[in-house]
Design a protein around this ligand. Structure first.
Ligand code: FAD
Length: 430
């Protein structure tokens, strides 16, 4: 495992990558970014491409948060897209369609531009386990096929589904060849390298401890400070920074993953011959795929409290074995978890406070596409090259829990999210 990252199969397999020194002394930049996840790194790339000077401050290491630990499933669209479309009518619907794969396209472009190897593999299969889910998936297929006919859709069931995913636990599946999966931590370190190669200053082990707003914002760490024209807060739910306008707008949910030992190639070919990413259609879903070194990476919910479980595999392994009983006796080599931002208003939190403090967070389980896209959207808005889609998100009302600055109100909000997850878990079973 690379020192500094929490233990995970991603940390184990990320390979050689750059390290960046902690901030020291007083520095100046056009833009200071807090957070080295997809949002912050993507924004740094966009801002460097626009010719700005950028200092990015990361409390741990780039990709330390959800961006370096997630399922790696590259899923179209974003959570809350129907809500955004409804609010802005035709303009909103057009924007949602335009953004559907914009994050994927951006990732592919950056993989090419910066020479990033992050095991990008095409194909995402959504599978339904109840007749109601199957009917809804088929309806979705018809809608998508009509609207986006060139995106490589294929609906399957019966023998074909069994041959595609080595089991008959599910009733049907919708394959999209425009979606896929990747190694998220390799993408993070590759984006950081790309931004740094264009001149961005990245500082790891530099937790921001305070922000002084003003015509030029000042950002403090233990050993230094940055003064910048703009500040981008891209720190997900991890930060404890007091920005009053954002308190009480989101809650943190946890998701957990485990990795099996590498499987032999005959078994891999039986279980998932095309190496698609797979996700069930439940609101509280299980997601799984094969890693580049032949493991099963399996993730999902483990409880409703949000508290760290004693054993991740005790919760996840029975579900994996239900799907693939062929794996009985398989060894689990890694288990880990992370926190993702769930906005109370359901739509990602993207906007601006005052003239020069910008923020992007709250993509729920769709942060690969949306985190990269939001970073780009914010980078473009800050650089003044485009505010088209940013404006829609910024105008979306941000729902908040009353008295969200008080810890008891935040606790109540957290319980409400846990209850909502439990409600969806029950509904998924109907
Ligand atoms: C287990 C798990 C599985 C998931 N699976 C998927 C999936 O398969 N597909 C998908 O699309 N999405 C998935 N997601 C969601 C996705 O990972 C997130 O939505 C996305 O990565 C969030 O990116 P971010 O840039 O907002 O935040 P993060 O990646 O969390 O980055 C925020 C960074 O800010 C830093 N930071 C915080 N406070 C400070 C501070 N004060 N000073 C300096 N730095 C600070 C943190 O150290 C962190 O590195 C999953 C999430 C988890 C946890």
């Amino acid at each position: 495992m690379q020192a500094g990252y929490p233990s995970s199969w991603y940390a184990h397999s990320v390979g050689a990558h750059d390290d960046y020194s902690a901030l020291s002394g007083s520095q100046q930049a056009d833009v200071c970014i807090i957070g080295g996840g997809f949002t912050g790194l993507s924004a740094a790339c966009t801002l460097m491409e626009a010719g700005k000077t950028v200092i990015l401050l990361e409390a741990h290491q780039v990709g330390w948060g959800a961006s370096g630990r997630n399922g790696g499933q590259m899923i179209r669209g974003f959570v809350g897209q129907e809500k955004l479309a409804r609010r802005f009518g035709e303009e909103g619907a057009k924007a949602v369609d335009a953004m559907m794969w914009a994050g994927h396209d951006l990732i592919r472009r950056r993989i090419d531009d910066y020479g990033i190897n992050c095991d990008l593999t095409p194909g995402w299969l959504e599978v339904a386990s109840t007749p109601r889910q199957l009917a809804s998936l088929y309806h979705h297929y018809n809608e998508m096929e009509t609207k986006f006919p060139d995106r490589g859709w294929h609906f399957m069931g019966g023998d074909e589904l069994r041959a595609t995913m080595g089991g008959d636990q599910f009733l049907g599946g919708l394959l999209s060849m425009s979606d896929g999966h990747l190694h998220p931590l390799k993408l993070c370190v590759g984006l950081a390298h790309g931004a740094a190669s264009k001149g961005a200053s990245i500082h790891e082990h530099s937790p921001v401890t305070g922000i002084e707003p003003g015509p030029r914002v000042r950002v403090m760490t233990a050993d230094g400070d940055v003064t910048a024209d703009h500040l981008l807060l891209a720190a997900n739910v991890h930060h404890q920074l007091p920005i009053r306008e954002l308190t009480g707008t989101s809650s943190a949910a946890a998701s957990y993953m485990m990795a099996t030992e590498p499987l032999d190639s005959a078994l891999l070919d039986e279980l998932n011959p095309k190496r698609y990413a797979i996700c069930d259609t439940k609101k509280v879903c299980d997601y799984f795929r094969m890693s580049s070194d032949g493991r099963v990476l399996f993730g999902g919910r483990v409880n409703y409290s949000g508290r760290k479980p004693k054993s991740v595999q005790a919760k996840l392994l029975p579900r994996l074995l239900k799907i693939w009983p062929q794996l009985e006796g398989v060894k689990i080599t890694h288990e880990w978890g992370g926190r993702l931002g769930v906005p109370y208003g359901q739509v990602p939190l993207i906007g601006r406070v005052g003239d020069n403090i910008w923020f992007g967070a709250g993509y729920t389980g769709h942060g690969v596409n949306m985190g990269n896209l939001a970073g780009d959207m914010l980078g473009q808005a800050i650089a003044g090259t485009s505010t088209q889609h940013f404006d829609l998100f910024a105008k979306m009302p941000k729902r908040r829990v009353p008295f969200g600055h008080l810890s008891c109100a935040r606790w109540l909000g957290q319980q409400a999210v846990s209850l909502a997850v439990f409600y969806y878990w029950l509904k998924d079973r109907l």
